[in-house]
Design a protein around this ligand. Structure first.
Ligand SMILES: N[C@@H](CCC(=O)N[C@@H](CS)C(=O)NCC(=O)O)C(=O)O
Length: 230
């Protein structure tokens, strides 16, 4: 499966292959960033519902047993979506996804970390598997867990965005940044799992604006090969 860009291909150094999964929030972040920058790549599906991420072959790529894992030029894989977003930003500086000033970059990274470090990890498949097998949570209890932690994460983002004069049309000012990429992924989780989430008007208005950009809309889980139809 190959994702070609809709924009110009501005960089042709070593094509990327990225191990991903249609529903993966972490993979979604990379899809959006690469589309915004007009960089082509190949997405190689890893079936995380079937446990392929724990196969010896995949664990050799990422011992954490998680996607995304980016490979290029026969080099060892790179993992962790936030590190990969920064790598993409440095390799392809066109259409910057981080602000020009240090304080702005710190704020954008803090929003990205609220999502990718403090919210998303609480609901990834390996946590769900442990909770529903080893700890014996039933599906209703699991959904309550997921709604609680995604809801808490979104409420804290709402408070942060609402309180700051740095919030603009997007999470930081009037340009799309890594903060918007990570935040919009949280909303996608809510849609996929049909979670009952609190109202977050500031965040929702920003995310609706993001979804007007094809780079976001086309990266959506439901638009990926392998996603359930209908
Ligand atoms: N912190 C990692 C999270 C990676 C991660 O947990 N990916 C999920 C899909 S979004 C996964 O592959 N999970 C497999 C599992 O939990 O078994 C990142 O941002 O890349």
């Amino acid at each position: 499966m190959t994702h070609d860009t809709t924009g110009d291909l501005v960089e042709d150094r070593g094509a990327f292959s990225i191990y991903g999964h249609w529903r993966s929030n972490a993979m979604y972040r990379l899809r959006v960033a690469l589309a915004l920058k007009g960089v082509s790549y190949r997405e190689i599906p890893v079936d995380i519902d079937a446990g392929e991420q724990r196969s010896p072959e995949f664990l050799a790529r990422n011992p954490m047993g998680a996607v995304p894992a980016l490979v290029e030029d026969g080099l060892p894989p790179l993992t962790q979506s936030l590190a990969l977003l920064e790598y993409v930003e440095e390799r392809f500086p066109q259409r910057p996804l981080l602000p020009a000033d240090a304080r702005g970059r710190a704020r954008v990274r803090s929003i990205a970390c609220d999502v990718a470090c403090d919210t998303h990890p609480l609901i990834v498949p390996r946590v769900r598997k442990y909770a529903t097998t080893t700890l014996g949570l039933d599906q209703d209890a699991w959904r309550a867990w997921a709604a609680h932690w995604v809801g808490t994460g979104m409420e804290s983002l709402e408070a942060k965005l609402k309180a700051s004069p740095d919030t603009g049309r997007y999470c930081h000012g009037d340009s799309i940044t890594i903060a918007d990429i990570c935040a919009s992924g949280m909303a996608m989780i809510g849609r996929i799992f049909k979670l009952d989430l609190p109202a977050t008007p500031t965040l929702t208005a920003i995310l609706d604006r993001c979804m007007e950009d094809p780079a976001f809309a086309e990266a959506e889980a439901s638009r990926q090969p392998g996603a359930p139809q209908g």
